[in-house]
Design a protein around this ligand. Structure first.
Ligand code: SAH
Length: 385
């Protein structure tokens, strides 16, 4: 195994529990895509890890002990991750959730989600992908309950972004359950699967009746999962707005899976900012507005970034929100701290009074590294006006 030494000062981060390796912290920059033994400037052992450039960071610390990374190592990792989620396995009303989450479960660069009897591996860098045969085999040996697996490529490299990799193939589309609500998923069509599992606790609040009897507006709705959860929780009406044409049929499938009539549930294919204008022109108002934009988006010549523009979504929403209504403000931007996100929201509210009634971050199945705030990327405030 190659040995690398961290620059002076960078050792502290590792000792404080940060597992992501910043390329700038490594003295020898020529090495990439390899297991490494990490040392400090004095040559003392700090841990075992690997180097590989990815979206964020240049590698991961995997163990602070001098362990051997082999099939047994991975099997133990997956068995432990499975064991931690026993309450999810026991819950008959939920059949889709995260089984393994990056460094929160001891191996950065990989996550594994369960969808009924199938799993989906997400690979975040080239090196972890090069270890896939060993990892996939170890996973299925440790968790024989999972009948088949798919993969998603979340780094630049292979020319496919999704494919079947192990065991039985899943139907092209099928239903999973979450808090007793059905959602239609697809495991082999691009990077998305029809539902974002990290929002399941927010959907649970909606199913529990947070929007019961209310008129709900769901912006950036994708497959309208929040709307379906709200509808199942007794919402009087929902309106789901997304730019993507395909969102309409996918949303419809979620509603139909639960026997919900679409008369009270509108699906609108439109730019969110155009919809604000449309709603104002038609005097439409809502009791609950859900905001869950992508971190960055471009539509025609306009760009939207959560870090700079979120306040505009709040400002516009307040113009069509009933007095005493709720705003559910969500972002999954890992580069935006909780504090900075709140500043955006505050800017949007300006002088208008409001109360923060709840904050949801990643649920328990999305195990995070508690020492690294950026790994807890999800932030969802429920705000009453
Ligand atoms: N809230 C969704 C996930 C949203 S993903 C859920 O819980 O499932 C982001 C979505 O925003 C995508 O479906 C994308 O098509 C949509 N989108 C991006 N820019 C948009 C815009 N300007 N107006 C409307 N929708 C937009």
């Amino acid at each position: 195994m190659k040995k690398i030494s961290l620059r002076q000062g960078a050792e502290r981060k590792l000792l404080n529990g940060i597992h992501l390796i910043d390329s700038k912290d490594i003295a020898d920059q020529s090495l990439d895509n390899a297991w490494v033994e990490i040392r400090n400037v004095k040559g003392e052992f700090l841990g075992i890890g690997y180097l590989s450039q990815q979206n964020k960071g240049g590698g991961w610390v995997v163990s602070r002990q001098p362990v051997k990374i082999d099939a047994q190592f991975y099997e133990t990792l997956f068995s432990q991750a499975w064991g931690k989620r026993q309450s999810y396995h026991d819950d008959q009303a939920t059949t889709a959730y995260r089984l393994f989450n990056q460094d929160g479960d001891g191996l950065g660069g990989l996550s594994i989600d369960l969808y009924g009897e199938y799993s989906v591996f997400s690979w975040y860098n080239e090196f972890i992908y090069s270890q896939r045969d060993l990892i996939i085999k170890a996973f299925h040996k440790a968790i024989p309950q999972v009948k088949g697996s798919y993969e998603k490529i979340r780094f630049k490299g292979p020319d496919h972004d999704s494919r079947h990799i192990f065991g039985q193939e899943a139907p092209e589309t099928f239903l999973i359950l979450e808090n007793g609500v059905s959602y239609q998923v697809f495991l082999n069509d691009g990077l998305m699967t029809g539902i974002f599992l990290d929002q399941h606790e927010v959907r649970a609040r909606l199913v529990d009746g947070l929007a019961s009897g209310k008129k709900v507006l769901n912006l950036f709705s994708y497959t309208a999962a929040f709307s379906v959860a709200a509808a199942m929780g007794g919402a009087a009406e929902t309106t789901s707005v997304d730019l993507a044409k395909r969102s309409r049929e996918l949303s419809q499938a979620h509603f139909e899976a639960n026997g919900l009539d679409l008369v009270n549930h509108r699906l609108v294919v439109m730019d969110v900012f155009s919809y604000f204008k449309y709603a104002k022109r038609h005097d439409l108002t809502f009791d609950v507005i859900i905001l869950d934009p992508p971190s960055f988006a471009r539509n025609n010549k306009k760009t939207f970034s959560v870090a700079k523009d979120y306040h505009k979504l709040v400002e516009e929403s307040l113009e069509i929100l009933q007095a005493g209504g709720l705003i559910i403000a969500s972002t999954n931007a890992s580069n935006l701290s909780l504090k900075k996100f709140k500043e955006q929201i505050e800017k949007g509210f300006g002088e208008r009074s409001h109360d923060y009634v709840a904050l949801h971050q990643l649920p328990y199945d999305f195990q995070t590294n508690k020492k690294d705030e950026s790994s807890n990327y999800l932030k969802v405030f429920t705000i009453r006006t």
